[in-house]
Design a protein around this ligand. Structure first.
Ligand code: C2E
Ligand code: CA
Ligand code: CA
Length: 936
């Protein structure tokens, strides 16, 4: 179709075109006409009815062919068919789009280059992004970055493989967070069959997945459950077997009964109890098994348990079906419930507690007995709790305490009665709680009456069920008397009753101690002290005075020693002193000298002054010995040495003394034997008138003719015989011998020969000395005037009654009494007038020095003048030289005795003596005799 410019064909256009299109059409023509530039325009003949409407593409070009004015050529191309096809397509697309939007599944499509084409509403909602953000863009532009590569690769794979691609993925949704999704994608092609793009859907499979997982978990749980059920089942059957075994082994009677009363289960004890087998029991009722009464009773009990629906416990006496014995059953009935909570059966457990019952009865009886015992016990009984407070006290305890039970109960010892003793007491209780062991100790405490009581307390732990100490029982026995007598025994065992000084036992203990701790630069001294004249005092003045003397001597000795020293009395007049830690001998010498001088001082006894003295022997540790026993022995030896060497002195031990002491011991035993064996002899030493040396008598002197040794002199054994009392027997023998000799000599020769006999103080101790003398006189035919007795001053000193009466008896029968060793004692001369004494024998120590020592000469002269005044005879002893004899004679002494005239001679020699002994002739003989005499 061709159109001319301007209004060349207005009619046609006006008919087929509406105003707007026409205006458009005309504008294009005008444009081309003015510019000359061609243009195109699509025209729809919309002025025509719908069905006739056609579509054209109109090309406008200038047409120079027209005259002057510019002409426009319009060329029409009919595009109606194309337009219709396009409209159709648009419709289809819109339909599809709407269709997709109605699907709740996100759907998308991409072209072959990966650019998004379509996204449905669900897709936009799923991602929360408007479609404009995606359309025309690749995944690389839309993100998310971490996934873009995967998306790209999956897409490429789909293009390469074709078909339908499905895979699961995780995607973050706008509303529900990360979701499990399944992508389903397929390729679409263009009309030439080329790959044009892909279309995909996103299926949210989160729920499905969860359901799947849950299902799996459930399945596994069921599997597990099944397994545990299987285990349980096997355990249960095991447990059931075990349970049955246990049920059979326990001594309790066990059964299970239905509520209707039939037995469902029972153990062997039950079988034994009823005396039937299980087969005879199960399925039966009480009435089938027991007596009617008992069965009724059991049923009634079951019903009660069913009614209360809980455990019931009863102690019941029944007659046992088999033994027919009264039996006490402790029965527990336990209702067993079914799943509906109803009682289905009753489990019964019964225990035969007959024995226990009897035991409890006995226990109660016993407890009652014990309680009675405790309540009436003379012992104190208390029970202490963990806080040391008393829970119980018995009446004895209550009665001894001030305030009684009220004061004692609920209080600890330290709270009542309190005091330091109770603190120790509580310590003991604590120990018992801690160690669960017994404890015993002594406790001194004041009683109500103020007495100090001594109790032996025994604490015993009382254990609870778990083995710990719950309470402590304290039983106290009054040992006050025991304590007192123990003290007494201790004193008796360790102390001398008379002086209260330690005795030998305690001394030895102290000695052992001292020796064990002594320091090396010091010595420990053991002293033995012997009272030189004690025996005389004791024998003559009586034991009471002797005791007094010993007590006073003890006091004096104590005053001489240091505080740590021990003064002990071993018995008799034997004292010992222990002096530990002495620096040197000088100290000991000083102390010994002090002791001696203290004991030298007069003792005022029974209103009279008495003199004794002491000898001290000292042994040293460790110098002399390290052995306590030896030390004592050595000190003893040293003491004897002191005694022998003039008394009133002290001596330290030397080794030689041991030998002597040993000799002494053997001497004693041999002396005893000597008497029996007749080894003793009496020798006689003549006494002469100084005037003409006429023999007028002799002194009987004892000799011991010891086999293998020869004659032993009295100085060596008489002191020992006096100490041991042997002198009494010996003295009696001497008396008889001497009387016999006197009788013999006086009857044979017509001349008077008076025999002097030495009497020991010991001999006066027996009250019948006078009788003995008379008997012997009668027996031997000796006349009293043929005898003289020589006594020592100590005898007179004691002023003993028996000595006095004996002396008076001797006087009355006419026996002369001489004081021997006159001048050596301490006595006052007053006794010379009080006693029947007619002769004094001047001691030879004076006699022997009359010619050399003026003082002795004066003393002898004084004695002679006293004797003259008192009308007493004097015998001078130990006259050895003619000078001595001359001196004595010149001063009025009448009788002499001594080696100058004769040594002591055997009995047989006396009768051979001439009437007068001539000193000048005898002197030489006597000299030689004396030498041999001095060395026996
Ligand atoms: P006594 O009674 O003083 O006896 C005298 C002692 O002096 C005797 O020693 C005698 O041998 C000794 N004597 C005599 N003349 C001399 C002399 O010129 N020079 C020296 N140096 N000594 C002389 P004896 O026999 O050894 O007796 C010693 C003591 O033993 C006696 O001393 C006496 O106390 C005691 N005694 C002796 N026989 C008995 C006895 O039968 N009974 C008792 N109780 N004692 C006796
Ligand atoms: Ca004599
Ligand atoms: Ca004498």
């Amino acid at each position: 179709m061709a159109a001319s410019g301007g209004s060349s064909a207005p009619d046609v256009e006006a008919r087929v075109l509406v105003a707007a299109a026409r205006r458009q059409y005309l504008n294009a023509i005008r444009e081309v006409a003015t510019t000359g530039t061609a243009c195109e325009l699509e025209l729809t003949f919309d002025g025509l009815p719908e069905a006739q409407r056609e579509h054209y593409l109109v090309q406008f070009v200038s047409d120079p062919v027209q005259d002057g004015a510019a002409g426009v050529l319009a060329i029409y191309f009919n595009i109606t068919a194309r337009k219709l096809a396009e409209a159709k397509l648009r419709e289809r697309e819109s339909f599809l789009e709407s269709l997709l939007d109605t699907i709740p599944i996100p759907v998308f499509s991409k072209d072959r280059a990966g650019r998004y084409l379509h996204l449905n509403r669900a897709f936009q909602e799923f991602l929360g992004v408007p479609r404009e953000r995606f359309v025309g863009k690749t995944v690389f532009e839309t993100g998310p970055h971490e996934l873009t590569q995967t998306y790209f690769e999956m897409d490429e794979e789909l293009f390469a493989r074709g078909g339908i691609q499905r895979y699961e993925f995780k995607v973050k949704s706008a509303q529900n967070g990360v979701r499990d999704v399944e992508f389903s994608k397929a390729v679409f092609h263009d009309d030439q069959g080329r790959q044009a793009g892909l279309i995909g859907a996103i299926l949210d499979i989160t729920e499905r997945k969860r359901a799947e997982l849950e299902q799996r978990a459930q399945f596994e749980q069921i599997l597990r459950l099944n397994r545990t059920l299987e285990d349980k089942a096997s355990q249960l059957s095991e447990a059931r077997t075990q349970l049955m075994t246990v049920l059979h082994t326990i001594p309790d009677i066990v059964w299970l009964k239905s509520t209707a009363g039939t037995f469902l289960l029972c153990n062997q004890s039950f079988e034994r109890f009823v005396g039937r087998s299980k087969a005879e029991i199960l399925g039966k009722t009480d009435h089938d098994i027991f007596d009617a009464d008992l069965a009724d009773f059991f049923r009634q009990r079951d019903r009660a348990a069913i009614d209360v629906m809980q455990v019931s416990v009863n102690d019941e006496w029944v007659i046992a079906p088999t033994t027919r014995e009264r039996t006490l059953l402790e029965t527990r009935l336990l209702p067993v419930f079914d799943s509906g909570g109803m009682v289905a059966s009753v489990l019964g457990v019964a225990r035969d507690i007959t024995e226990r019952h009897h035991f409890n009865e006995r226990l109660a009886r016993r407890e009652h007995e014990f309680r009675t015992l405790v309540e009436n016990s003379p012992d104190t009984v208390a029970r202490y709790g963990r806080d040391f407070r008393r829970i119980y006290v018995n009446p004895t305890f209550a009665s001894l305490s001030i305030g009684g039970a009220d004061a004692l109960l609920s209080r600890a010892p330290s709270e009542f009665p309190g005091g330091p003793g109770t603190v120790l007491y509580e310590k003991q209780i604590r120990e018992v709680f801690a160690t669960a062991s017994d404890r015993e100790f002594e406790l001194t405490w004041p009683a109500t009456d103020g007495r100090q009581l001594c109790h032996l307390i025994r604490l015993t732990p009382e254990l609870g069920a778990n083995g710990t100490v719950e309470t402590v029982l304290a039983v106290g026995r009054d040992i006050s008397e025991l304590q007192a007598s123990r003290g007494k025994i201790h004193r008796m065992a360790y102390f001398d009753a008379l002086t209260t000084l330690p005795n030998r036992v305690l001394f030895n203990e102290h000695l052992r101690q001292a020796v064990s701790v002594s320091s090396p630069d010091h010595v420990t001294a053991v002293m033995m002290i012997d009272m030189d004249r004690f025996k005389g005092v004791n024998d003559t003045m009586g034991h009471a005075v002797g005791d007094e003397l010993l007590c006073e001597a003890a006091r004096r000795l104590l005053a001489c020693v240091r505080p740590g020293d021990t003064v002990a009395r071993f018995g008799g007049d034997e004292f010992a002193v222990l002096m530990p830690e002495v620096s040197d001998r000088d100290v000991l010498e000083q102390i010994s000298a002090t002791m001696i001088s203290r004991l030298d001082e007069p003792f005022l006894l029974d209103g009279r002054e008495v003199f004794i003295s002491c000898s001290v022997g000292i042994a040293l540790f460790p110098d002399d010995s390290r052995e306590p026993k030896d030390l004592l022995r050595y000190a003893d030896s040293a003491m004897y040495l002191a005694k022998r060497s003039g008394r009133r002195g002290f001596r330290f031990y030397t080794k030689d003394l041991t030998i002597e002491a040993t000799a002494r011991l053997s001497l004693e035993s041999e002396l005893r034997r000597a008497i029996d064996q007749g080894e003793l002899e009496v020798h006689y030493q003549p006494q002469v008138l100084l005037r003409d040396a006429e023999v007028i008598g002799s002194e009987a002197l004892l000799r011991w003719n010891r086999p293998g040794v020869g004659f032993i002199h009295p100085a060596q054994f008489v002191p020992l015989a006096e100490e041991t009392g042997l002198i009494v027997d010996i003295g009696r023998w001497v008396l008889r011998e001497a009387c016999r000799s006197a009788a013999q000599w006086n009857t044979v020769s017509g001349r008077r020969h008076r025999v002097s006999i030495n009497l020991s103080a010991r001999q006066f101790q027996s009250r019948d000395l006078a009788i003995l003398v008379k008997d012997i006189l009668a027996e031997t035919g000796c006349r009293p005037e043929w005898l003289a007795f020589e006594i020592t001053e100590s005898l007179l000193l004691a002023e003993d009654e028996s000595a006095m009466s004996a002396l008076l008896a001797f006087e009355s029968i006419g026996i002369s009494i001489a004081i021997d060793d006159f001048g050596t004692g301490y006595s006052a001369l007053s006794y010379l007038t009080r006693f029947p004494i007619d002769t004094l024998k001047i001691d030879r120590t004076f006699v022997q020095q009359v010619t050399t020592d003026r003082r002795h000469a004066e003393l002898v002269k004084a004695i002679l003048s006293i004797a003259r005044c008192l009308g007493q005879r004097v015998v001078a002893e130990g006259v050895e030289t003619t000078e001595q004899a001359a001196f004595l004679e010149a001063h009025g002494c009448e009788v002499a005795q001594g080696f100058l005239y004769s040594k002591p001679l055997p009995k047989s020699a006396i009768v051979l003596l001439p009437r007068h002994l001539h000193p000048d002739e005898l002197c030489r003989d006597n000299e030689s005799d004396r030498r041999s005499h001095d060395q026996p």
